[in-house]
Design a protein around this ligand. Sequence first.
Ligand SMILES: *Cc1c(COP(=O)(O)O)cnc(C)c1O
Length: 411
Amino acid sequence: MSVSSIPFLDLVTPHVDLEQELTAVFQQALRTASFIGGPMVENFEKSFAALCTTRYAVGVSSGTDAVRFALMAAGVRQGDVVVTVPNTFIATTEAISQAGALPEFVDIDERTYNMDSEKLREYLERTCARDAAGKLTSRRCGRPVTAVVPVHLYGQMADMDQILELADHYGLIVIEDACQAHGAEYYSRKHNRWCMAGSMGRAAGFSFYPGKNLGACGEAGAVTTNDEAIAARVRMIRDHGQVKKYYHDVEGYNGRLDAVQAGILQVKLTHLAQWNEQRRERAAEYKRLFGAAGDAIRAPFEPSWSRAVYHLYVVRTHDRYGLMAFLTDNRIGAGIHYPIPLHLQKAYESLNYTTGDFPVAEKIAEEIVSLPMFPQLAAEHQARVVEETVRFVSCVAVTDCTELVTAQQTN
Ligand SMILES: *Cc1c(COP(=O)(O)O)cnc(C)c1O
């Protein structure tokens, strides 16, 4: 007896489906030798800005560079503090550090796993103070706090109305980390309308890493903004600080978007709405199937003000590692995003945080499991993921499941 394996993510099928269109992009680049910049980059930038409903999108070399350049272009300076959440991919805080700033954290909301605006308020009221010059300063490190980076984790936007209001009150720059949220929407009660991810902060960073909802066939990213000056500065920073060829206003980076990747992204962008819809359908199906199986598994929470695009489908359970081992034994792909909150990473020892500082992020980090989620996930595979997951957790509820796991291993 052999059951087929169910991958965590299928990156082959969508590319094989589009093979002709994608190779045509490469052929065109070969025949015109336009590899860096040029019309393919400009066309994609226009299309991506249109999707995000922003005036500008500037293609860059990765999502990490996108967040970093956005911070720099929006005015974050060497030695500033930038506030974000501890439960994100380290690229968020790398971007902050590489912009010359210092990350500090606030805890997350237990239901959405995104920045808790009440915790942000507490941080601003209690951890920060105005210095003699009236500058908002963190008492942790004595440096000025100038920006906030909400992360739209797993494809669901953070509660932006509250965050923007606080930022406005304290004079902080908001840069969205939208690297997992291409096409996600947020209903702003303040503006009474749906808003696209990447359109609400002063600027936003997107990643087109292959596994993201919109992925290149290599590395790529973009900054979106409505601010002409920020867009111009990002264009300069990504290209060695040039305003025109060999006229450098500042030192910049080699951080451009390849023309071939831009052309590939342009082709794939026309499918994004459908792929996101398929992800939402699969999320709804997971929710229905898990809902029918009791409450041993906690499915993601999508508030009425959110239209999430399910970059990842993350559930919570008590014996997380047990469930992972069991799924692996049953040839079902799973992941953890992310097992160690950033404030407890070795890389951030120097920030002097400790266990207990962000209890919600710490707790969920021990309970989360990401299940297979991609547009082409077959219904029968999804049913099997749920069946096996439920089989394991209902067993854990009554006994320990070592037997179940070892029995599987001998099959
Ligand atoms: C993927 C990701 C990034 C970084 O994007 P790269 O293109 O890999 O540099 C940043 N933040 C978050 C939340 C991400 O998921």
